[in-house]
Design a protein around this ligand. Structure first.
Ligand SMILES: CC(=O)CC(=O)SCCNC(=O)CCNC(=O)[C@H](O)C(C)(C)COP(=O)(O)OP(=O)(O)OC[C@H]1O[C@@H](n2cnc3c(N)ncnc32)[C@H](O)[C@@H]1OP(=O)(O)O
Ligand SMILES: NC(=O)C1=CN([C@@H]2O[C@H](COP(=O)(O)OP(=O)(O)OC[C@H]3O[C@@H](n4cnc5c(N)ncnc54)[C@H](OP(=O)(O)O)[C@@H]3O)[C@@H](O)[C@H]2O)C=CC1
Length: 284
């Protein structure tokens, strides 16, 4: 199963990072979103990242231009007709993902693999929106994509071995390390990470400590590169809430109850770094 042409759906922080690493590894990449201003914003982040590599002397200017030449932008889902692999990185919402997969199933060639970068939703359920569940797989990158080595790979109930193999090989070609995990809510990464972040939010909610103090404890005490509240802002508080809700619904266990303060911030539009305000404030 040969993969040359990749389409990435969603030009947010994850989609643009995935598009960048795919183009860097030699794939032809179409970066798709709902509106041109979103694809332009994603592309401008990619240009900045590549320019930084050139400025640091790690990449030739010509190499940067070659990478950019392999990339194009799309707001028409029909472009999926040319893809060997589609990687979906739209918002963490089952209705949106199911609708997208049903549409992609109609547009893409029969051989095309449909992968999702979902951080917690069941792959089997996303696959059930299509007539090709054997070609649907989870390919869960970590943020920031150009830096983080891990990709969790998750088979749905019907995923073919050849599809798993193709995605595993591609992950290695991207310079990442594939780790296979089973299809349970939050997989491994977010089943462990997100309850820790949620608990950090509870410590603020219950007045145990200020956000700065919570982060300092985890950075200096546990050697985490970012404190959990800085990390929550970095991931996006909307995404954190979606993941906690998936864990809560999926396991039916109150230990995954999202902190009311997390809900309140998301309702207020405080989504973290991407909206300029979360536990901290940021320049947008
Ligand atoms: C929610 C999910 O479903 C799953 C997830 O992704 S959970 C989130 C997982 N990610 C993490 O836990 C990240 C934790 N944080 C970190 O590892 C580090 O803070 C960090 C790598 C983000 C930044 O590292 P740092 O040492 O504090 O900062 P900094 O020196 O500026 O950056 C280190 C390198 O990363 C690069 N980098 C940082 N942010 C970047 C970004 N957004 N895009 C591209 N490159 C980036 C920098 O250019 C720098 O590269 P060089 O070393 O090659 O010069
Ligand atoms: N943030 C993180 O750390 C990680 C996130 N993920 C997962 O990656 C996915 C994307 O997250 P992230 O990049 O952070 O989110 P962002 O909010 O940064 O980006 C999502 C992008 O997808 C677009 N989008 C929404 N619906 C559609 C659609 N129907 N068709 C095309 N594009 C659409 C959004 O447009 P608009 O702004 O209009 O909604 C937005 O530009 C989620 O499933 C998330 O769980 C996985 C690993 C880590």
């Amino acid at each position: 199963m040969s993969i040359e042409n990749v389409m990435v759906i969603g030009a947010g922080q994850m989609g643009s990072g995935i598009a960048q690493v795919c183009a860097q590894a030699g794939y032809t990449v179409v970066l798709h979103d709902l509106k041109p201003e979103f694809t332009e914003r994603g592309m401008s982040g990619i240009r900045k990242n590549l320019q930084r590599q050139v400025d640091k002397g790690r990449m030739e200017d010509g190499e940067k231009e070659d990478i950019l030449a392999r990339m194009s932008l799309s707001t028409d889902l029909e472009n999926a007709a040319n893809a060997d692999l589609v990687i979906e990185a739209a918002v963490e919402n089952m209705e949106v993902k199911s609708a997208l997969f049903a549409e992609l199933d109609n547009i893409a060639q029969k051989k095309t693999i449909l992968a999702t970068n979902t951080s917690s939703l069941p792959i089997t359920e996303i696959a059930a929106a299509t007539q090709r569940p054997q070609k649907v797989i989870g390919m869960h990158f970590m943020n920031p994509v150009p830096v983080m080595k891990l990709v969790e790979i998750i088979r749905g109930l019907a995923t073919e071995d050849s599809v798993y193999k193709a995605v595993e090989e591609m992950t290695e070609k991207l310079g990442k390390v594939p780790v296979e995990v089973n299809d349970f809510p939050g997989f491994v990464s977010n089943r462990i990470l997100m309850p820790m972040i949620n608990e950090a939010i509870y410590t603020v909610y219950e007045g145990v400590a200020a956000p700065e103090a919570v982060d300092e404890v985890m950075k200096l005490g546990m050697n985490h590169p970012m404190g959990p509240l800085t990390l929550a802002d970095f991931i996006g508080l909307d995404t954190c809430l979606y993941i906690m809700e998936t864990l809560h619904d999926g396991f039916g266990d109150d230990k995954y109850r999202p902190c009311p303060l997390l809900r309140k911030y998301v309702k207020a539009g405080w989504l973290g770094k991407k909206s300029g305000r979360g536990f901290y404030t940021y320049e947008t």
